[in-house]
Design a protein around this ligand. Structure first.
Ligand SMILES: CC(C)(COP(=O)(O)OP(=O)(O)OC[C@H]1O[C@@H](n2cnc3c(N)ncnc32)[C@H](O)[C@@H]1OP(=O)(O)O)[C@@H](O)C(=O)NCCC(=O)NCCS
Length: 187
């Protein structure tokens, strides 16, 4: 359950700009105190809110699940901070028609709002939605080996670690091991 004062909603076209601004902020502390959670450098504007990109994400958010490159995103806001997006969880379909029974998951919460079970509430909402979509069978994600909090969260929801890729990324000069986790949506 979300703590009081927060809301979580499925994003529409009007949310995309605020969502991309959140994505830029969420990597700012990537690697601080040796904890990495994103493959982007903290100052790398890898996902800028250009008009083309905003438009392309808005289209993906309403694309049917039987078409490649669909996306759904849950956006976290608080009563106190208004329209600013503080966290998000995205589910996305693959590029090939033959992989559309599988879903990718990515999520992040800005530092001041972590550790309050909000991440758990976000995963819960996304899993309930995914289980209600008949064609979806699996959720896949990548998590950095050092990210104990995220690994614990995913395990608690039944995600299983299936493989490990050493030296998958090098961020701020640090070599990072990426762990693949997967969840069977139907038992
Ligand atoms: C990972 C993240 C989404 C989790 O959300 P959150 O709201 O902070 O997490 P929650 O409070 O819901 O739950 C985290 C769980 O990990 C546990 N935990 C916290 N720190 C931990 C640690 N160092 N080692 C192991 N478990 C830890 C918590 O106790 C909690 O488990 P519990 O509910 O059984 O007590 C959030 O911290 C975040 O955005 N981090 C930075 C970005 C990131 O890592 N994204 C994921 C990339 S794969």
């Amino acid at each position: 359950m979300l703590p009081t004062g927060y809301s979580l909603t499925l994003a529409g076209a009007d949310d995309v700009r605020a969502l991309t601004e959140h994505w830029s902020r969420e990597v700012l502390d990537n690697g601080d105190d040796g904890l990495f959670f994103s493959p982007y450098e903290p100052d790398e504007d890898a996902r800028p809110a250009t008009p083309d990109r905003v438009e392309s994400i808005a289209r993906a958010l309403v694309r049917p699940l039987d078409e490649p490159n669909w996306q759904r995103a849950w956006v976290l806001r608080s009563d106190a901070l208004g329209p600013r997006v503080l966290g998000s969880l995205s589910l996305y379909g693959g590029r090939l028609a033959s992989e559309l029974h599988r879903v990718g998951l990515g999520m992040g919460i800005e530092p001041e709002h972590r550790g309050r079970r909000i991440g758990s509430a976000m995963v819960e909402a996304a899993l309930a939605w995914a289980r209600a979509q008949e064609r979806l069978a699996w959720i896949d994600l990548g998590v950095f080996a050092m990210n104990a909090r995220a690994r614990a969260l995913y395990k608690r929801f039944g995600f299983v670690e299936v493989s490990e890729r050493r030296d998958a990324f090098r961020v701020r000069g640090v070599s990072i091991t990426d762990v693949s986790m997967t969840l069977a949506l139907r038992g």
